[in-house]
Design a protein around this ligand. Sequence first.
Ligand code: FMN
Length: 356
Amino acid sequence: MSLFTPLPLRGVTLRNRIGVSPMCQYSSTDGFADDWHLVHLGQFAVGGAGMVLSEATAVVPEGRISPQDLGLWKDEHVDVLARIGRFVRAHGAVWGSQLAHAGRKASVARAWEGGGPLSPSDGGWTPIVGPSALPFDTGYQTPEALDDAGIARVVSAFKDAARRALAAEMQIVEIHAAHGYLLHQFLSPLSNTRTDRYGGSFENRVRLLREVVAAIRSVWPEALPIGVRLSSSDWTEGGWTVEETTELATLLEADGADFIDCSSGGLVPKVHIPIGPGYQVHFAEHVRRGSGVATAAVGLITRAEQADTIVRSGQADIVFLARELLRDPHWPLRAAHELREEISWPAQYQRAKNRV
Ligand SMILES: Cc1cc2nc3c(=O)[nH]c(=O)nc-3n(C[C@H](O)[C@H](O)[C@H](O)COP(=O)(O)O)c2cc1C
């Protein structure tokens, strides 16, 4: 088993274990993808990735992080994404999207404009929603606590977005339940202080995410996989833990999920995260060994040998790369060369393959 061993997930086979980690581009108008997304995402398929996931894609407009987020909240969004999908698939990668709702972290400026909270007069919106009326940080809007009808609308929005993802020729969806966004906010006792059936006990805090997974599975073909990105730890006292992540992985698999993408953090500001090469890989390993569910590792995985070792040693089934793929979108082709793996290159590039 190596980085370049194909991975079957239900009826879909990844040509290798390298996934493009979702990366917000903050370049959409009214949620629409455009030529930027075609070139940005297309380059990774040309570069040999096994799976290309779009950035966090909002299931409702009020669930965007910034006004420029990508969306799948209306049928009109489908066509451009399908066009991108045809390109990505034609170049051998599995195509999908990360479905997201920002919850209390919605309505902020895009990253390169500071990322700070936006009021409606600055182009943001109100209200924003969350499990409880607790803001992310000082200066951020206080979310409205979702009532039962609001929760039901969130579940339906994820389900409808999955239907549109299918229309956009996607073969995989990843549910964003990490980085302090809405579904993670329900998981963690630090942001969820509800006393109804969506708060309090572990069973109650995980209920919304389980409902979302089950709702998506009800419309998503049996032959296609679903992933869930979780923050494996809030890295702070009293927060969500890797033990809970592992317990949840087993439940999510029963609900229809196929792998857990093990990220971390993002729920509360100003926590210390011990960042270094592969700093989250041990979470993927813990969850995989503890639950038997397939996992993805992500976070400062930059070298071919490092990625290969993660797969060979059984720490994770998939590695996701983000920033290193921005530096070198052809990283998988380079990695195969370094690891002396024989893989096919795009016909147009083959004259560069043998370096002579
Ligand atoms: C430009 C950029 C945008 C990102 N947007 C998202 C996102 O939309 N969804 C998500 O789950 N993570 C997002 N992330 C986090 C990455 O997916 C990844 O987990 C993180 O960067 C660590 O991996 P790396 O060390 O390979 O970059 C983003 C990261 C970057 C650099």
